[in-house]
Design a protein around this ligand. Structure first.
Ligand SMILES: O=C([O-])CC(=O)C(=O)O
Ligand SMILES: [Mg+2]
Length: 222
């Protein structure tokens, strides 16, 4: 341990009063979501492993998104719940789909993706494959996924469950959690910790800009 070691960052903050814990106080503003789109999950990865989705891949790069989770337990063949959350969603919504019934098939492709694009959905995180990948890339909605497949949905009037805690890429996502992602992964935050975490990440990234500049400058001196 060197004499210059810094105190550890605190990622949580004592609520100043009860109002900061109210449900409306924990809904991130558009400004906070915009700031989250400019920081990286990998910066949070310097501080903890918890809440970081690894093992899913972006469908395209560059990719950046932030929003509030609506969760779907994906049916194997049909997507009534998924269609509902898409139709109720907007540019603040990140749809998070777990697929406990199996990850061979998908119900997310060009048609469902066009529905999501039309609503302006901020992003999709699916613990399983997608299909019609060329169309999805063209549509441009940020997607984290696990591969592609030609095995797709059939109309069965099946049941899908929405707005329950799901596990995606080994991480629990509750409805209302705040997600942000970039080329390297996706981070999941509880609503109450968004602002303190964001301030820490912005500070760390500012310092890293200076560090990288000075490393480059040292190289130039050699
Ligand atoms: O309908 C499905 O199962 C997925 C699909 O192909 C689409 O959304 O276009
Ligand atoms: Mg299709």
């Amino acid at each position: 341990m060197t004499a210059t070691a810094r105190a550890p960052y605190s990622l949580t903050r004592e609520p100043k009063d009860e109002s900061t814990m109210s449900s409306t106080a924990s809904i991130p503003s558009d400004d906070v979501l915009a700031r989250l789109r400019s920081v990286s999950p990998s910066t949070l990865g310097h501080l903890r492993d918890h809440g970081l989705i690894a093992g899913l891949d972006p469908l395209f790069r560059p990719i950046r998104f932030a929003g509030v989770a609506r969760t779907v337990v994906g049916g194997e063949y049909d997507s009534p719940g998924l269609n509902r959350v898409i139709d109720e969603g907007d540019e603040r919504t990140v749809i998070v789909i777990s697929r406990p019934a199996g990850t061979r098939r998908t119900t997310y492709g060009g048609v469902v993706g066009t529905r999501a694009r039309a609503r302006g959905i901020a992003g999709l995180v699916i613990d399983g494959p997608v299909t019609d990948s060329e169309q999805l890339v063209e549509l441009g909605t940020p997607i984290y996924h696990r591969g592609v497949t030609p095995l797709v949905g059939r109309s069965t009037d099946g049941l899908e469950i929405v707005d329950v805690p799901v596990v995606v890429g080994g991480v629990v996502v509750n409805p209302g959690d705040v997600l942000f992602g970039d080329n390297d992964g996706v981070a999941v935050l509880s609503p109450y910790e968004v602002e303190p975490v964001l301030e820490v990440l912005e500070d760390m990234e500012r310092r890293e800009v200076g560090l990288r500049a000075s490393l480059l400058a040292q190289g130039a001196d050699r």
